[in-house]
Ligand binder design. Structure first.
Ligand SMILES: Nc1nc2c(ncn2[C@@H]2O[C@H](COP(=O)(O)OP(=O)(O)O)[C@@H](O)[C@H]2O)c(=O)[nH]1
Ligand SMILES: [Mg+2]
Length: 316
């Protein structure tokens, strides 16, 4: 039997070899055939990992909060992996010194695995890479995976919204909740964190969120609103407890299972689209297309007919 590199790395990663895990995540990040092979390898492995999404505007305190949540998990003697998709995140090195010093504390803790994922200006790729990364981290048995993304843009919101529990981080101040609403964050929020509650205005922000929640139709789970001062560790325990309550709710109601199923189908949707794009690029670069292109330009064939011909599709 030929044991390929990825298989070997996966075996090592399952034995807590973090270097091997980092290499596997690089494979995921780069995409292409090796990433597809890796997904085949990991698919279907037992999945008891709980995925928590943390999102909000840049500077809202997502990384600081994540850092504190890591401590909560570690207090319970569990391991945690963090995937940060924020280009300005301390995890990816774009931070002020204070943050970095704190992160380094966790960086030497073998029970914490922190990884930043680059967008490389290719958000479509991210929609594929993140679920793959989560699955990989689940296969190596992390009980918790935290995903930090900036809550701007449809892809980022979609990615974080696919978590089991999504925390939306807002700051006190006029209009912050309204901005979050505009970005589509309210719809995906399972809990709200008003971070920087050491500043004025958190009561107004709470009222804004409550009003918006009243206007939307939440059934069953009503997202709690929790005030935190992440830099001082205030309110963090409550946030963690809210995550656990939401988890319990998802499990008891069966909604968690449904969500995971929807997530897999959504992933299939992304994969199908990506594969079609790949196929189309291939077709368009084939030499036989040159003649077709000439026909198109001379007006002998219209783009719709040519597209159908290329894809071997038939008219409806
Ligand atoms: N005053 C105050 N500052 C905070 C709080 N939480 C985070 N910060 C600061 O806000 C800045 C941005 O935090 P960061 O976690 O990097 O935000 P992110 O961009 O959302 O990940 C940093 O300077 C933090 O130290 C807080 O609760 N209160
Ligand atoms: Mg950050």
């Amino acid at each position: 039997m030929v044991v390929n590199n990825a298989e070997q790395l996966l075996l090592q990663a399952k034995q807590s070899n973090r270097v091997a895990l980092a290499k596997l995540l690089s494979i995921v990040e780069r995409g292409g055939q090796p990433a597809r092979d890796l997904t085949r390898l990991v698919w279907g492995s037992a999945d008891s990992t709980y995925v928590v999404g943390i999102t909000g505007a840049p500077g809202a305190g997502k990384s600081t909060l994540t850092d504190q949540l890591i401590s909560q998990v570690r207090k319970r003697l569990l391991e945690v992996a963090v995937v940060a998709i924020d280009p300005t995140s301390p995890f990816s090195g774009g931070a002020i010194l204070g943050d970095r010093v704190r992160m380094q504390e966790h960086a030497t803790d073998g029970g914490v695995f922190i990884r930043s994922m680059a967008t490389r200006g290719h958000l479509g790729g991210l929609a594929l890479a993140v679920p793959d990364a989560i699955r990989l981290l689940a296969a190596v048995q992390f009980p918790y995976v935290f995903i930090e993304t900036v809550g701007v843009g449809q892809v980022e919101v979609e990615i974080v919204g696919a978590a089991d529990t999504t925390a939306v981080v807002i700051n006190p101040g006029w209009g912050d909740a309204v901005q979050a609403n505009k970005a589509g964050l309210l719809e995906i929020a399972d809990l709200f964190v008003i971070n920087k509650a050491d500043r004025d205005g958190s009561r107004d922000t709470r009222r804004d969120i409550e009003l918006m929640l009243e206007m939307s139709s939440f059934e069953g789970w009503i997202p709690p609103i929790i005030e935190t001062v992440a830099t001082e560790g205030k309110g963090i325990e409550e946030v963690f407890e809210a995550i656990e309550s939401h988890r319990e709710y998802l499990e008891k109601s069966g909604i968690g299972k449904k969500r995971r199923e929807a997530r897999i189908l959504e992933e299939l949707n992304h994969v199908v689209q990506a594969e079609i794009n790949r196929k189309v690029s291939q077709l368009l670069s084939e030499p036989s297309f040159a003649a077709k292109k000439a026909e198109l330009i001379s007006g002998d064939i219209d783009p719709y007919s040519l597209a159908m011909e290329l894809l071997k599709f038939e008219d409806d």
